[in-house]
Design a protein around this ligand. Structure first.
Ligand SMILES: *Cc1c(COP(=O)(O)O)cnc(C)c1O
Length: 484
């Protein structure tokens, strides 16, 4: 602005572009709290970005012929920077309300840990622990020892090792016992689990060759028999976790496959997927084969997840014959797939809850949710209906409704758990699809997002997973609901 000869400086800059300098903003009293909280670097960046945005906006307004309304002051810049910082430092991993009706929802983090597990994780995170340290002789320990005897007691297996998840358990088992050899699997069991776990791919990665036997709907003992040859390494059974083959079907029992394997001096491995430790019928739930039954039927190795029916942290448990587990533990991949102390800290108390079955449905969160009384959920639906209706206004209708929950995570895919909740739909049927999408988005943008399920031209909020302790947090944020 000193060179009067420059054509661009013929007139002074519009006042809308005379924004405060970065330093001025940073040194202002208004900025102190933000600097204390987020540090100088982050604040400088946020102020620069805010000023750049304000300048671009002002230029745009001037270009479109709006009158020059002057530049924002320091306070406004600080406010804009504060918003940017709040967004930048907001946690990306947030707690949500899972009202989808799927209790073990893989995308929402599967099993919720019992309090005993939470406490143990906090302790292990904040103090040193005997993760691989033998407190009796002061020597080096093995992290699997922390849970092995407990798992063996609960499953009847001889030995156990734990890895990152069940996918890792399958990979490690195959890599140890079947690399360079053939693995015989029924065509009806070549399962894909959401997000790229496919049995044929796991085989390849483990260096084994898949030999498919039978057909999609029917596999006979003679199919397994006929496929056994000099290159066979294993016979494998895979739980059809997320689908069911019905109609004209035939599968060979675990016991039969095990006896065919053993008659040829081979091993039988079962990927059980969910893997329940207890007979769920005792709690009025559908039958699912237990890990113990699978071991008793003759399986040499069984793998299953820690965060499905078991109700613990993400983990893959490998249980079975002692000699085979010893080989699996020595495989170099074991080191790459091992679990952290946090996983073991959470797993141990979760497993211990199973030693007291009378209290299991009260203490193990997943089982408590599976067995929640319908009358309880119905009463909560009736209590919440007017509150949700009020928050949504007259554009939407909120009704209490009976609905069906699912266990989820590929456990018992065709079984439903009768449940209660709220059914939300637009009062005016025109553009119902778009109105529902907006409703869903509104609920998702709450401080603690509410995730429901779209079905039959309505948004269903299944209340099974909204326990009494969480209800105040749910209702308190309802007045903030904004639907575009
Ligand atoms: C879920 C499942 C897996 C994968 O388990 P993760 O713990 O998710 O890795 C593998 N096999 C079967 C049969 C499953 O159901």
């Amino acid at each position: 602005m000193t060179d009067t000869a420059a054509p661009s400086a013929a007139s002074p800059a519009p006042s809308a572009l005379r924004l405060p300098a970065v330093d001025k903003v940073l040194l202002s009293a208004d900025m102190l709290a933000l600097r204390e909280r987020h540090g100088l670097d982050a604040c400088t960046q946020a102020v620069r970005e805010s000023l750049a945005q304000m300048r671009a906006d002002a230029q745009e307004r001037l270009r479109s012929g709006e009158p020059d309304a002057g530049a924002p002051g320091i306070t406004e810049v600080v406010q804009a920077a504060g918003l940017r910082l709040a967004q930048r430092f907001a946690p990306r991993l947030r707690t949500v309300f899972n009202l989808t009706g799927t209790v073990l929802h893989t995308n929402l983090g599967r099993a919720l840990l019992p309090q005993e597990a939470v406490d143990a994780v906090v302790a292990a995170m904040t103090a040193p622990a005997n993760l691989e340290y033998d407190l009796e002789d002061g020597g080096r320990g093995d992290r699997d020892d922390l849970i092995e005897s407990l798992v063996c007691e609960l499953t009847g297996a001889e030995a156990c090792t734990v890895v990152n998840n069940n996918a890792a358990a399958v990979l490690l088992t195959l890599a140890t016992l079947a690399a360079g050899r053939e693995v015989i699997v029924s065509r009806g069991e070549l399962v894909e689990i959401g997000g790229a776990f496919r049995i044929p791919d796991m085989m390849t990665r483990a260096g084994a060759t898949l030999v498919e036997v039978g057909t999609t709907n029917r596999t006979h003992a003679r199919d397994y028999e006929g496929a056994v040859g000099e290159h066979t390494g294993l016979l494998m059974k895979v739980h059809c976790s997320n689908y069911a083959i019905t109609g004209f079907t035939k599968a060979v029992s675990d016991a039969e496959v095990a006896s065919i394997a053993h008659a040829h001096g081979l091993q039988m491995v079962v990927d059980l997927g969910s893997g329940t430790l207890v007979d769920l019928r005792e709690w009025g739930l559908p039958y699912e084969v237990t890990v113990r039954e699978t071991i008793e039927s003759g399986a040499d190795i069984v793998t299953f997840s820690g965060d499905k029916l078991l109700g613990g942290p993400q983990a893959g448990l490998i249980v079975g014959r002692k000699d085979l587990i010893a080989r699996i533990k020595k495989h170099p991949l074991k080191r790459a797939l091992r679990v952290s102390k946090l996983t073991l800290a959470a797993l141990e108390p979760t497993l211990r809850l199973y030693l007291h079955p009378e209290k299991l449905a009260e203490r193990l969160t997943t089982l408590r949710l599976f067995t929640r009384p319908q009358a309880d959920m119905q009463a909560r639906a009736q209590a919440l209906q007017p509150l949700v209706q009020q928050a949504l206004g007259s554009r939407y209708v909120v009704e209490t409704a009976e609905m069906n929950s699912q266990i989820g995570s590929g456990a018992l895919p065709v079984e439903n758990l009768p449940s209660w909740g709220l059914r939300l739909h637009p009062a005016d049927g025109r553009q119902a699809g778009r109105q529902l999408t907006r409703l869903e988005a509104g609920l998702r943008s709450l401080p603690r997002p509410v995730i429901g399920r779209l079905h039959d031209d309505a948004l269903w909020l299944d209340l099974r997973c909204l326990e009494a302790a969480d209800e105040p947090a749910f209702t308190e944020q309802l007045p903030l609901l904004h639907i575009a």
